[in-house]
Structure formats: C-alpha cells, structure tokens
Design a protein around this ligand. Structure first.
Ligand SMILES: [Ca+2]
Length: 731
C-alpha cells in the first residue's frame, strides 16, 4: 500500500555547510547532451580525501577488502556505539536542476545483523543546506552480506536543489566496505522545440503491435473490506464503478479472513465480476512462516481462500496473485523480503504447487516491488523463478516530477519499456500494480492520524494530477505494459482503524481515491474526470499499436478493442497553447465518427454525483485521417466505443411521502441492454426540464430516498436512464 512505498525515512545527519554552487562542476562532456559524464568516482586508493566522516565510527581506507585496486572505504560501528546513520559523504559537482543522475557503488559487509544495514543515497540540499530530497539505493541488512554487491540509485535533481552529495551509510553494528563509487550524469534535458501553431502529426502504425493483449487501465480496490450502506453502494461505489467500467483491478486480500469475511468480501467484489474485470489479488502482511510445515499449511490456507472465492463465490475474474504487497512479510520492516528473494520464491513455490494441484488457473506475479528503484528484484525473479511466475509487475509513485513538469513523460516511458522488456525477455507480461503521483512525506499527520495521500491534493497543482496520471497511463500503454492500477478507486473511510493490514496502534488515513469517503462526503476529486475517461475507454482486451508524434509536448496512445473492433485514442497536450492536430491510421484507411471527451484542468467538469462528462462533440475520421484542435494542458480522448441509441424513458415512477418528510421514489427497471445507471431530478414546477441544477442524485437501484426536500412542499420528479455510452433517456 502506498503508505510505505518510500523506504523507511533515514535521517542522515544534516550538517549546515555552506552550499557549494552546482555551476562549479567539471566541463568534461561525453554525450551530446552531457549524458555519461562521470561527476564523481571513488576508488579509495589514495585514502578518504574529500570524503566527510559523520558520526561515531571507525573510518578507514582499508586494505583488507577491495573491489577494485588495493583499497576500499571501511566503516565500522563497534558494539558499544549506537548506530545512527554513520556515513561518508562527498559533494557531487556539475549538476543542474532537472538533470537525471545515476550512482553506483560496491558494498560488502561483515557482522551486520541489526538496523538498516549498509546502503547508498543521493542527497540534495537547498541553498540553506537543508535536505530537499534524497534517493536511496536498496536498503537492506543483506546488502553485501554474501560478498560484493552492486548498489544503484537514480534521481532527478530537484528544481530547488543547490548542491548534492553521495552518501555511503552504515546504520547497523558491524563493518561495511564500499568501493568503486561513481556518480554519472544520465541525462541532461535537451531543449524541446516550440512548435507554435504548426500542425501536430500523430501517426498510428497499425502494422506495429506494441501489446497484442492489453488488459486495461484500472484501479487498486480496497473498499470491499469497509462497511457501506445500501445507499452508498447503489449511489456511489457500484454506480461509479459501473460508469468508469475498469477492466483491471488489483484487490486487497488478507490470508486470515474467515468464511464470514470471505462471504462479505465476495459479495462486494461481485461488481467487478459484473464489469468483466480481471482481478489481481495481493495479500497484505503474509504470515511469517518459520518452518517448512508452517509454510505448507500457509500455502494451503491461501489456496483455500482463492479457491473459495473463485469456485464457491464465482469470482472467476481472479487471474493473478502475489503472496505479498511490496515484498513485505508479517510485522517485519517494510519490504523485508527485498533482501531475501529466495524466501519470496519459497513462498511462491509452495503456493504454485497448491494452485496447480487444484487446477486453479491463476498466474503468480513477481515481485510487486515498489518503487522503480526496487525493480531489480523483478530482474532477479526473471532469472531465478521464471518457471513458477506467470506475470511480472511492480509499483511506482512519481516522486521526482511535479504534475506541471513536462519532463515526466519520457522518463516514465523509458521505465515502462524497461519493466515490460524484463517480462518480455521471458515471454511474459508486466503489470503496473500500483501507481500514483507524489506521496505526502512520511510522518505527515492530520487530525492525529498518519496521512497516506497525494502531496498535490488540496494544492494549486491538484487539477494537473489528472494530466500527470493520464501521461503515466499513456506511457504504460506505449511501453507495452499489460495492465495498470491507480491507487485507489475510493478513499479509505475515516473510520478505518488499526485492522485490515495496518499494524495495531497505527491510526492511519488513506486518502488517494478518485472520490472521497469522509463522513457523508463522497465528492469526486478532479482526476476522476481524467483517469475515469481512461478506465472507461481503455479497457482490455485490446491491441496497442505503435504511435509517433512530431511534438515532444504531445503524448498519445491508441488501442483497438478486440471483438468490437472499436478504437480509442488519448492525447495529452503539454503545450501552453492549443495545438492543431492530425491523426493518421497508416493501415487500411477507414472512416468513422469519433466522440471527443475533454479533461481541462482549467475547467473541471465536476458533477456532484460523479457522472462523467458528456462528449464535447464528435469528430469525423475520413479515409484514415482525423483533424482537430486540442486545448492547452488538456487530456482529450477520442473513441468509437459507443452507440447513439438512448434507453427508453423510465416508467412507473411512484413517490411515497413518509411521516419524517422524506420521500421514497420507486420506478420500473430499464430494459436497455447497455443500461448503466439512473439520474434523479426534482423541481417544484410540474413541467420542468431536467438539468444540472435540478439533479438530486444518481443510482444503480430502482429506488431513491429524497431526504432533502421541505416538509409539506409539493415536488415533481423525473428519472432518466443512462446507458454505458452516456446516452440519457427522454424524461
Ligand atoms: Ca578500491
């Protein structure tokens, strides 16, 4: 879960040194844009000159161990000394804001049995010497335990950074040796052309398949464990799920659920079955099994649970499973299995055998690690446990790029291609199981609760979250990812407490949803109207085609739905002005009328009941070519996945006033085959025309209680049936 995606906060001692200006760096150049330039290298052959020692420890250029040459840097923390991020650090010069930087070092350890172990970090300091960001390598006390280990860290220099350091840290008793440290410039962003009013050419290459069976843009689902009233389900949770219609979901699971809880959960997950959603189940806090017998019993219990959900409760959408969220184990430290992947494999082997014996067709996913810097665990899995792995996957929260940062897309695309490529090297698919924008800093508390939420919510950047998420989805699609889940569909309710996978005593709020769940407030967040367009129109199974765009500030993805043969195209325009657009299909030319949907952060199409925005208009493709204009900083979705026939008018409306002043409405169910939900309207005028001002609700049920009217006043109601294309019936 998102709360713990960042590594344990590591409070390196911050010395208030005068910040050295970046500009003082070397001018040596390698690539055309400076990429590959080595900014710092440390072999420690000449001692520890230039390295600053921090904390009580023994620091030495040591001859006992070396990875290259004759010496390495040694840090030893004696038994009587408290580990407190003792470290060697070195300034890194020659960086500018937005540069992407890579660091590597080799490490080996002896006697490291406690604490966080030995690791590396890139730290960025502001002009006042304060930390503004830090990027860690893998943090594990197993680093270097069995010999020299290579650690890597990658970061984008924050806009407010004035200096940078490479930290070599030991936060355990024992000894760590570091050698062959290197920091290199990975990418210096090249200037992008300003294309003004020039036509943007988007070409969809129908002969070039990027992903032959795309599974869809989806959600992480956690709400099935939270109590919800019938009204909340009908009017909010089920209604919005049906309308956003995602074909993929990653779903929370607890190995310790009893039959009663499994029944409750299965009933709530029925809505995913109704929408034909593929379900990826992940267990939170799996049992820490100490013996082979314990593990075998545990694997049986997990398989029992999955078999019950699939066979007894009919949740046949369950297709994927991972034994743990983000490599956590029991009550251990976050991502404890990162440093013990053979143990992860042992769990999956036991569960694999159980599923196979029961002929349950569920793919095991490795490794579910977060963030991208921990995806080397996935690489390990491709090399060490491919025969029991059906699909690969990991998570990422976008820590280094603000939503208004146009440089996010190419970086994320390269990472998606890397992840999908690892899986493809074994003939498998890759699932981006969780993603989201930047998380609030660990330790953020609101109203006495530990907050787990998006750092941009409630800020002027919030409307742009929808744009960044759309870019992430477009990058994942074009990168060849199989399916993705945004964390999360709904907020956790305020009442969520110290159960459900959160350590006892941790009072915790998880507020990432596309809509809120706080008291009676279920209002949507802005990104509902951007990401929701993508879940609805980028469903699987679909074919993803290669696409080229002649403007680096324009991002586009195109899919064709299998079966119906319909098309959906998403375009994000990062330019600060409108862009004339031409889209060409380079295969057999065809003509079609596309509906055009727009998400404009400057004009959010909010609806109090979460009804998705109507299409802006239709745009015709003629002989394989569509021309239009896309607005500045917008997401535009074009689709032929719709029909124009509205449902028949709703019949049989009855209104029954109750003594308490509420009015209970009932009506006959719509018989439209693609029915989605009803809208309820009220006026004190008999002949009123339903509109946004008179709408009082939306629901999937054929009943609605109007509890907001004045007692004794006469009201008139209209019910409209809405289909999955968004067409509403006549009153
Ligand atoms: Ca050396």
């Amino acid at each position: 879960m998102a709360s713990l995606t960042r590594v344990t906060v590591l409070y390196a001692i911050t010395a208030l040194l005068a910040a050295a200006a970046f500009a003082a760096g070397p001018a040596e150049s390698a690539g055309a844009n400076g990429s590959g330039t080595v900014l710092l290298s440390g072999g420690f052959e000449e001692g520890l000159d230039g390295w600053t020692r921090v904390g009580p420890a023994e620091f030495a250029a040591d001859k006992e161990q070396s990875h290259g040459g004759a010496r390495s840097a040694r840090i030893t923390i004696a038994p009587g000394v408290a580990p407190h991020y003792q470290q060697l650090y070195h300034e890194v010069k020659g960086l500018a804001p937005r540069d992407r930087v890579m660091a590597t070092v080799w490490v080996r350890t002896r006697g490291v049995e406690d604490g966080d172990g030995a690791y590396m970090a890139l730290e960025f300091l502001g002009a006042g010497g304060q930390r503004v960001d830090i990027a860690h390598s893998k943090v594990s006390r197993r680093n270097g335990k069995d010999g020299w280990d290579r650690l890597t860290a990658e970061a984008v220099v924050p806009a407010n950074a004035a200096s940078a350091r490479l930290l070599l840290v030991l936060n355990s008793h024992g000894t760590a040796w570091f050698d062959d440290a290197q920091v290199a410039l990975a990418e210096k962003p090249a200037a992008w052309p300003e294309l003004g009013d020039a036509q943007r050419e988007v070409v969809v290459h129908t002969g070039q398949v990027v992903q032959a069976k795309f599974g869809g843009v989806g959600f992480d689902v956690f709400d099935h464990v939270h109590d919800a009233s019938r009204e909340l389900l009908d009017e909010v949770i089920v209604k919005r799920w049906r309308e956003l219609n995602p074909s993929f979901a990653r779903v929370y699971h607890d190995w310790n659920w009893d039959r009663q809880m499994l029944d409750k959960v299965a009933a709530r997950l029925g809505r995913l079955q109704e929408t034909g959603t593929e379900i990826y189940v992940t267990t939170w806090n799996p049992q820490d099994c100490r013996t082979a017998a314990d593990l075998a019993a545990y694997a049986r219990k997990v398989a029992d649970s999955l078999e019950y959900l699939v066979r007894a409760k009919g949740l046949t959408g369950i297709k994927d499973y991972c034994m743990t969220n983000e490599l956590c184990l029991g009550a251990g430290p976050y991502a404890a299995l990162t440093g013990d992947l053979p143990r992860f494999k042992t769990y999956h082997q036991a569960i694999f055998d159980e599923l196979k014996a029961r002929k349950l067709d569920i793919r095991l996913l490795a490794t579910d690690a977060s963030p991208i810097s921990a995806w080397d665990t996935i690489d390990w899995a491709t090399k060490n446990m491919d025969e029991i792995t059906g699909v690969y996957g990991g998570h990422e929260y976008i820590a280094d790029y603000a939503p208004d940062d146009e440089r996010f897309y190419p970086w994320f695309l390269s990472k998606m291609q890397w992840g999908a490529g690892m899986a493809r090297s074994r003939g498998k698919d890759f699932i981006l199981g969780e993603f989201g924008c930047k998380q609030v800093p660990p330790g953020t508390r609101v109203g006495g609760k530990e907050m787990d939420s998006c750092a941009w919510f409630g800020t002027p950047q919030e409307p742009l979250v929808g744009i960044q998420l759309a870019e992430a989805a477009i990058a994942a699609i074009n990168g060849g990812i199989y399916a993705m889940g945004y964390w999360t569909f709904a907020d956790f309710p305020d009442s969520f407490g110290p159960s459900g996978g959160v350590p006892p005593g941790n009072v915790y709020a998880n507020k990432w949803g596309v809509f809120k769940w706080s008291g009676g407030d279920n209002s949507t967040r802005d990104h509902y109207y951007a990401y929701g367009l993508l879940t609805k129109f980028f469903r699987g199974p679909a074919t993803v085609y290669g696409i080229t765009v002649n403007d680096p500030r324009l991002r586009a993805a195109a899919i064709q739905h299998q079966g119906a043969g319909t098309w959906s195209l998403a375009v994000v325009n990062r330019n600060s002005r409108a862009a004339p657009l031409s889209v060409t299909m380079d295969g057999t030319p065809f003509s079609a009328s596309f509906r055009k949907y727009v998400y404009d952060p400057a004009n959010i199409p909010t609806n109090p009941f979460g009804d998705l925005q109507a299409p802006a208009r239709t745009v015709d493709m003629k002989d394989g070519r569509l021309t239009d204009t896309v607005g500045p900083m917008t997401l535009t979705v074009y689709t032929t996945a719709y029909q124009d026939n509205a449902p028949a008018p709703v019949r049989g409306l009855k209104v029954e006033p109750a003594a308490d002043g509420t009015r209970r409405l009932t009506w006959q169910a719509s018989d439209a085959p693609d029915f989605c939900y009803y809208r309820i309207y009220r006026s004190d005028q008999a002949e009123f025309v339903p509109d946004a001002r008179t709408q009082i609700g939306s629901t999937v049920a054929t009943t609605f209680t109007d509890s907001k009217g004045e007692v004794g006043k006469e009201y008139f109601y209209r019910i409209l049936a809405v289909d999955t294309s968004g067409n509403a019936s006549r009153p």
